[in-house]
Design a protein around this ligand. Structure first.
Ligand SMILES: C[S@@+](CC[C@H](N)C(=O)[O-])C[C@H]1O[C@@H](n2cnc3c(N)ncnc32)[C@H](O)[C@@H]1O
Length: 612
């Protein structure tokens, strides 16, 4: 089942028949066992307080927001819920954009622990706690977004991510989206498994007998217990008992029904592009952060990767202003508004991950796996970018190059395809770089120059990222110790908490407040760390706990109301972490570096040069 390619980019099953360009998806190049980690760990790029009426009202605002909304992951998935005052959902290029949605089937989900605990070797480029560094504010702090297989994924199968309930019911017209519900398949699977068990227990049964039993179960028993659903469930189970085993082997009734969904390696070779060239790591360029590295030898002229691009018609939408909440007397609510009087606060971090050109208001975010990791190699760059051409595995539809920016704003699909081509032979393990261009280089040089004068060698206020490092092997502060070791103002302490009654069954009550005291019971394994169990806490007490370093008693806040809280005992050190409060992470530094990657001159047609 393993043809050597970990993952393919190819036209998705969800492309509608009427569409005039394919929608792309990710396809497993080899089988992935249930619970295994899928290739590619990605960055997550939060859009802070972006999806609000003040942006919708700007030129192209409603079109851009409507388009970008299709690519978002919630702030709870990313762990960015404290970045803004309204919301901070984000884009996870690669797996987060290209894993499609299917109404009855999903085979992958984000491993939340990977992004929430932020334990990745790639982030070891980190600045020392309390020390200024050029990279502060220049790159997203959210990384290591990883997908895991939620069931066995056969080689050739498309990756469908679990988007949760909100998406259900939206996409019924697509050819492979059927009206049968997920639970119908689940019940059908259970029946198939039980029938197979029964037949295996009684190997002497004749085929006639088997058919009779099956008929009896499906026609009589199922109709009685499942009512109107019986017909649907029945239709998912083959009526020939000999085929039941085949259903199991296919991975259940859904996979059996859509056997042709599994693409052959010939089909993938012909229609797809194998994503086996880039792996992530720490950049070899000083202060550049993470980078993209060659996962195998790449020949000069070879396409390293092809990436769909999401176009944003007006880069001005990424300018951030202070937000004020204005009372709406009509319906007695508060509305968020941009206060532009003081001038901009800065720009969204997404700008650093987008391609642009000074003469165009359009910018382009690459959504191919690992592409956002490619750093600037200036004149020594070993790769270059181009629009994909007609003889490439995926083509850039050239008609869009003739559209005006206003017309492009109306195109709410990711239609543009860019390729990254090796400018010379690249050896395995070498960092892959492109030339970001003169305008970017100038911006970086002047940022560096200013930084040297104002910040070099000076202390930098401690951020959550710093405290995570500092407190890795140091106990959290308690009311007794906090005066001598205060946390910085904008730091939030949080713990992941699943709780239960005390093991001895005795309910303990907090004498002062009359509230319950709960027992910490989890998360105990890596996979169980999830933002649903993340609570703001204050640490009340700590005690040494052999094997666990320290255990804490914490007061967890249960809502906005300060009065709503619960105390939890025996919380291990490893369940607690730090976040920055609103507008205080390095992303929000006043003079943080923000500049799009330069799109080569020849890639920007005259029709897009609306700022000329
Ligand atoms: C598209 S991202 C590349 C991924 C990024 N290195 C990261 O860790 O997320 C572009 C950003 O990487 C950094 N970068 C890229 N090339 C660089 C270089 N040659 N020197 C310094 N910083 C660089 C800059 O902060 C830039 O805004």
């Amino acid at each position: 089942e393993n043809d050597g390619c970990p993952m393919w980019l190819a036209p998705s099953y969800t492309t509608t028949l009427s569409a005039d360009f394919p929608k792309y998806g990710l396809f497993a190049g080899q089988a992935y066992k249930q619970d295994s980690i899928l290739p590619f760990s990605e960055l997550a790029i939060p859009l802070i307080d972006f999806f609000a009426d003040f942006n919708r009202g700007k030129p192209h605002g409603s079109d851009v927001l409507e388009f970008l909304e299709n690519y978002l992951w919630t702030q709870e998935k990313i762990g960015s819920m404290w970045e803004g005052v309204i919301s901070a959902p984000g884009i996870i290029p690669g797996i987060g954009v290209l894993a499609n949605y299917h109404s009855t089937y999903s085979n992958a989900d984000f491993l939340q622990a990977s992004i929430l605990l932020r334990e990745t070797k790639d982030d070891e480029f980190k600045k020392k706690p309390g020390e200024a560094n050029l990279i502060r504010g220049a790159v997203t702090p959210y990384s290591n977004a990883t997908l895991k297989a939620t069931q066995h994924i056969p080689a050739g199968m498309e990756i469908f991510a679990d988007f949760g309930e909100v998406w259900d019911g939206n996409l019924t017209e697509n050819i492979y989206q059927d009206k049968i519900h997920r639970y119908d398949y689940n019940i059908a699977d259970e029946i198939v498994n039980k029938m197979v068990d029964l037949y295996e227990k009684h190997p002497g049964l004749s085929l006639d007998m088997k058919e009779d039993i099956m008929d009896f179960m499906l026609q009589k028993v199922l109709t009685t217990v499942a009512g109107p659903n019986a017909k649907t469930i029945n239709s998912l189970i083959p009526d020939n008992p000999r085929k039941l085993k085949k259903v199991q082997e296919a991975g259940g009734t859904f996979m059996y029904r859509y056997r042709d969904m599994i693409r052959t390696s010939e089909w993938l070779e012909e229609n797809g592009f194998c994503l086996d060239t880039i792996r992530h790591g720490v950049s070899t360029i000083p202060n550049a952060g993470r980078g993209a590295f060659a996962a195998r030898d790449i020949k000069e002229g070879e396409i390293i990767t092809i990436t769909p691009m999401v176009h944003i018609a007006d880069k001005d939408l990424l300018t951030m202003y202070r937000i004020e909440f204005v009372e709406n007397e009509e319906n007695d609510t508060e509305e968020a508004e941009y206060d532009e009087s003081e001038g901009p606060l800065g720009k969204q971090i997404l700008l650093n991950y987008a391609f642009g050109h000074p003469e165009s208001s359009m910018i382009f975010v690459p959504t191919g796996p690992q592409v956002t990791l490619i750093n600037n190699g200036a004149k020594d760059a070993n790769a270059r970018v181009k629009w994909a051409e007609s003889n490439d595995p995926m083509e850039n539809p050239s008609s869009y190059l003739d559209l005006s920016v206003d017309d492009m704003a109306q195109v709410k699909e990711s239609v543009l395809m860019m390729k990254v081509v090796a400018a010379r032979d690249i050896g395995v393990g070498e960092e892959i770089t492109i030339n970001y261009g003169n305008s970017w280089q100038k911006a970086w040089d002047s940022y560096e120059e200013k930084w040297k004068i104002t910040k070099e060698g000076k202390p930098h206020p401690l951020k959550a990222e710093d405290l995570r490092i500092m407190y890795k092997n140091k106990p959290l502060e308690t009311p007794e110790t906090i005066e001598d070791n205060p946390y910085p103002d904008d730091i939030l302490t949080l713990c992941f908490l699943f709780t239960d009654e005390r093991p001895d069954g005795k309910q303990m009550t907090n004498q002062e407040f009359g509230t319950e005291i709960n027992q910490f019971v989890g998360p105990t394994k890596y996979e169980a760390y999830d933002s649903k169990s993340l609570y703001l806490v204050s640490v009340l007490d700590r005690m040494e706990a052999p094997g666990f370093f320290y255990n804490y008693t914490v007061r967890a806040s249960l809502g906005d109301d300060e009065e709503e809280f619960a105390d939890v005992v025996d919380v291990p050190h490893s369940a607690c972490t730090f976040f920055d409060s609103h507008y205080s992470s390095d992303i929000h530094l006043e003079d943080a570096f923000r500049h799009p990657i330069g799109m080569p001159e020849s890639l920007i047609p005259v029709s897009w040069r609306n700022l000329r």
